[in-house]
Design a protein around this ligand. Sequence first.
Ligand code: NDP
Length: 630
Amino acid sequence: MSETKTAAGCAVADQRKFSDFPASSPVAEKLASGKLGFDPDELRAKYAFERDKRIRPEGRGQYQEMTGNLDVFVDDPFVKQGLERDAVQRDVEVLIVGGGFGGLLGGAHLREAGVKDICIIEKGGDFGGTWYWNRYPGAQCDVESYLYLPLLEKLGYMPKEKYSFGPEILEHSLAIAKEYNLYDGALLETGVTDMSWDEGIQRWVVKTDRGDVLKARFISLATGILAKPKLPKIAGITDFKGHIFHTSRWDFDYTKGDTSGNLTGLNDKRVGIIGTGPTALQCIPHLGADSKELFVFQRTPSAIDVRGNHPTNPRWVDSLQPGWQARRMENFNVITNGGYQAEDLVNDGWTDLFRGLVGAEGKTEEQKKMTAEEKDAIKEIAHFQKMEEVRARVDAIVVDKDTAENLKAYYRPFCKRPCFHDDYLKTFNRPSVTLVDTDGKGVEVITEKGVVIAGVEYELDCLIVATGFETGEGFTSASGFEINGRDGSKLSEKWADGPATMHGMFSHGFPNCFFMGLFQTGLTVSLPHTLNEQAEHIAYVVEQCNERELGVLEVSEERQKDWGATIRSKAHNNEEFFNTCTPGYYNNEGKGGVNGHNFLTNQYGGGPIEFFEILKNWREEGGLQGLEVS
Ligand code: NDP
């Protein structure tokens, strides 16, 4: 099949035009039905045009780390009085890095496996991870609370609403830490600086920025994803004389109010926000309500569907039977992986999206008989239909026609994270709110006074940067410290081209070390589901070591190669799809799967259900297969 190159140089197979399918084809029948209300060939061309406008030759290089004079952007604004303590020197059985859901679930499962001596090291002033840092007004989880919040039955807690806001999730995180005594021995407000395997003592020696030196039998790395905020390299970003901060370090001293809004400090301020991703769209309604004037600088619009939050129904709660949360998680996971469930227990925007679009090309007997090309075309039409619905929603809500037009997303669903919100679009009907669309270019110049777009300077008192988090730079860049394994081998060098593991958790040369994260693993829409499975698996391995009195475990090179081969052979056939997408961190900023560290590269292509089954079978076989004991 012939190919075309996108503006970023990615190969996209030339597709037959919809109008060229023969009259007997189901594709032509769909077109002839006259019910579509759009021309799919035109939309396909429009999507490619919008994508190409946004491709930047420098790809991920358009962003910069917040180091040097930018490090003020990552200071912790939530710790009012810095902790003072003496350096700690001690031995520990399991040292966990990261106090977010990964670390908390790791700690919880290890406690249940009988591990008493756990030390969690966390940079933030408390547990909570993402929910510790992201306290911006409106912060909410877009996955249903009843399945997203871990260990609800164990803690006897029921979320107040179908979609929890940040403070409730943070509270729940702290409750997990208390329930499992994870504050015992924890080192908060502490960053790991270095981690080295000492063959002589068969321990990991872990150093921190507070001078601590810990010797750990096992380490578990739960350093998170989307945890390191990033800034765009915009000319003049450090020249701005007004107030500036990143959404993950919200400055409530300046804005006043809290996560629920009431930002009275902005009542007399001209505020600008750069970015219109999932974070921005949650805080923009509050900024719109409370700022004297708000300017939203947009490069790519988000596709925003209905949220439909509501308080938890006590009658429904009374009807729940033990084990309900695991069943709900399973039900959601099956549906969001294109599988069938007699009942959709969650029944929300996510499940609607997946029920309608994943496998949209092959559900009926008639569809199963179609050629691969016809199936792809039918699926693409279903994608167009969904996005037309989302675009129609903009017209129904936003009064000003030009603004509405600029708020419409022209790319396929799943090219960017689907978004759900009921107040975002309405905000643009406020006279004090202006959408400044940059026609795909983004903000390129910041001055002492504000932001310049197309030669117009927007003077601002406050500029909020909602430009997301580092992805694709590798594990040690994201975690911020090197891991020196057996024979002094550095993880950053060993994984220079991408992670090498068995099951995403064990890596050759790094004994008694567990990785939690989103590489070479089964990715779930509700991330704590994946983390929970990983945590359970790690706890099982530690328990086995203790029961069988095993000293040091290390995955064999051979088994690691086998897993790498499995990952490659099962690789999603999604590269082609992402090459057609508008740039973002899902597709390496439009540059495709050339980067082994990219967010969606290197997943287990068989999906999370199959992956969890592999882990379960491995445990049931009982032999710690692939792990060499020394
Ligand atoms: P994103 O990376 O998703 O969005 C960054 C935004 O900044 C994009 O709109 C991007 O535009 C824009 N941007 C970057 N550079 C420029 C520039 N120079 N000029 C103008 N705009 C620019 O970050 P978020 O913080 O919004 O979200 C990160 C992730 O966090 C989400 O994808 C999601 O996984 C998670 N999240 C989850 C939530 C939940 O409910 N579970 C809620 C919030 C976040 P462009 O699109 O053109 O690159």
